[in-house]
Design a protein around this ligand. Structure first.
Ligand code: SAM
Ligand code: SF4
Length: 427
């Protein structure tokens, strides 16, 4: 979601006549798009703003803007904490950036933007020509005890289906082949449009699948509680919807899941995995896992490892629990010591990487449909692309970016595949 917001911020600035500077040192306007889900990005921002402050002392004309969830969370204090900041804006107010930063890069001091808007209709600077993010909802109505998102992104608001399909159609005419539908809780989309509009996420997937030119559809992040039958059926039946699902687990212990307020337990999660795998052959599963939630014992953590071994994820984002001010979990007793959290993370990463490596090795010898993105980042003689399961493949071939080609897989690591192009599947 932040990457998508950054593309919109870039697009907005370009529409004001501001171009990307070759380096930070040469920029007249510095814009930081922030995340505040964990503490680490907050610390990083402090360091960047320290550098920006030093530059501003030498060049008072420099404009410093801070956007995103950190700005929203600190809206009362940001100008006090960081006097070098001229403009701050929450994630819902990117459309108004132009009101605060003029065409010549001037900005009034101490402005905080709070309007709530979908970024969908804004100019956009896409980093990848053939893939695009499409925001379908903003905010989140869940109350996960560890999470700051509902506080900074507000209650869930679904975008109207007509608007979404119009954007997807526009992207397709612009040559985009792959879209990723975005929402904090993407598969609860549509609930707030009722009763005026009786719809749900499966219907949206089918509508996007009907857009000519769109070859691949992904979505992130779904919540296990909202994976209802019509959504599963749509994933199984729509040709363009990829056999790849990100299904955040968070913990394998039902006791911890309850304390997290995730509204499912281990048994329900595993039953959903079985159901998804039965309905969608070749499904690649990814997940998010937090270690060291308050009160997590060695036994709870062992249960997380058990679920990981049982599900065998193709990929996993693993996080150390980070207390966020104002969330329910930050006030819980029994915070887990830092060294224990780090040791658990290390053990978890070892298991998730081993399993991912084993699963990728099983793909050696198979033929994969690859959407070509460009040259390999590590070897310019090779091309780079992605499989439907969302794995990066470096391969020998002569296809152009945006083409779908068949690649014979010849090697693998825990995160990438290697191969050779066989035929052009489609233009
Ligand atoms: N809405 C999505 C969901 O429910 O899965 C993802 C939202 S969150 C921005 C992405 C991931 O960050 C979560 O799935 C969770 O694993 C992790 N996360 C959120 N808050 C965290 C915290 N306080 N400490 C560590 N990880 C956290
Ligand atoms: Fe945060 Fe996701 Fe839970 Fe919403 S569903 S509160 S975004 S972790």
């Amino acid at each position: 979601m932040n990457a998508h917001d950054s593309e919109r911020i870039k697009g907005m600035l370009e529409s004001l006549g501001l171009g990307e500077a070759p380096s930070q040192e040469e920029a007249d306007v510095l814009v930081f798009n922030t995340c505040t889900v964990r503490e680490k990005p907050d610390t990083k921002l402090a360091a960047y703003l320290g550098d920006a402050g030093a530059r501003k002392r030498q060049d008072p004309e420099l404009v410093v803007a801070v956007g995103g969830c950190y700005a929203e969370a600190q809206r009362e204090r940001i100008f006090e904490l960081y006097p070098q900041v001229d403009v701050a804006f929450g994630p819902g107010s990117i459309p108004h950036l132009g009101d605060w930063i003029g065409a010549n890069g001037e900005a009034p001091r101490g402005r905080f933007g709070t309007h709530e808007h979908f970024a969908g209709d804004l100019p956009m600077h896409r980093e990848r020509r053939y893939s695009a993010w499409v925001q379908v909802s903003m905010g989140c109505n869940s109350k996960c005890a560890y999470c700051i998102v509902p506080a900074v992104r507000g209650r869930e608001q679904s975008r109207r289906p007509g608007e979404i399909v119009a954007e997807v159609t526009h992207l397709a005419t612009d040559g985009v082949k792959e879209i990723t539908l975005l929402g904090q809780n993407v598969n609860s989309w549509g609930r707030d449009l009722r009763p005026e509009l009786d719809t749900e996420f499966g219907e949206l997937l089918r509508a996007c699948d009907g857009v000519e030119g769109i070859e691949r559809i992904r979505f992130t992040s779904p919540h296990p509680k909202d994976f209802r039958d019509p959504v599963i059926a749509a994933v199984a039946e729509c040709d363009a919807v990829c056999e790849q699902i990100h299904l955040p687990l968070q913990s394998g212990s039902s006791r911890i899941l309850k304390a997290m307020r995730r509204t499912y337990d281990r048994g329900r999660y595993l039953a959903l995995v079985d159901k998804l795998r039965a309905a969608i052959p070749g499904l690649a599963l990814g997940t998010d896992i937090i270690v060291g939630f308050p009160g997590e014992t060695e036994d709870d953590f062992a249960q997380t490892l058990e679920v990981v071994e049982e599900v065998r994820y193709d990929s996993a984002f693993t996080f150390i629990y980070s207390p966020r001010h104002g969330t329910e979990a930050a006030a819980l007793p029994d915070q887990v010591p830092e060294d224990v959290k780090h040791a658990r993370l290390e053990r978890l990463v070892e298991v998730t990487q081993r399993i991912a490596a084993e699963k990728n090795a099983q793909r050696v010898g198979s033929m994969e449909e690859v959407l070509v993105e460009g040259r390999s980042r590590t070897d310019a003689t090779l091309l780079r692309g992605r499989t439907r399961s969302n794995l990066t493949v470096n391969f020998a071939g002569d296809a152009a970016p945006g083409q779908l080609v068949a690649v014979l897989i010849e090697g693998s690591t825990s995160t990438t595949l290697r191969g050779a192009q066989r035929t052009a599947v489609a233009a």
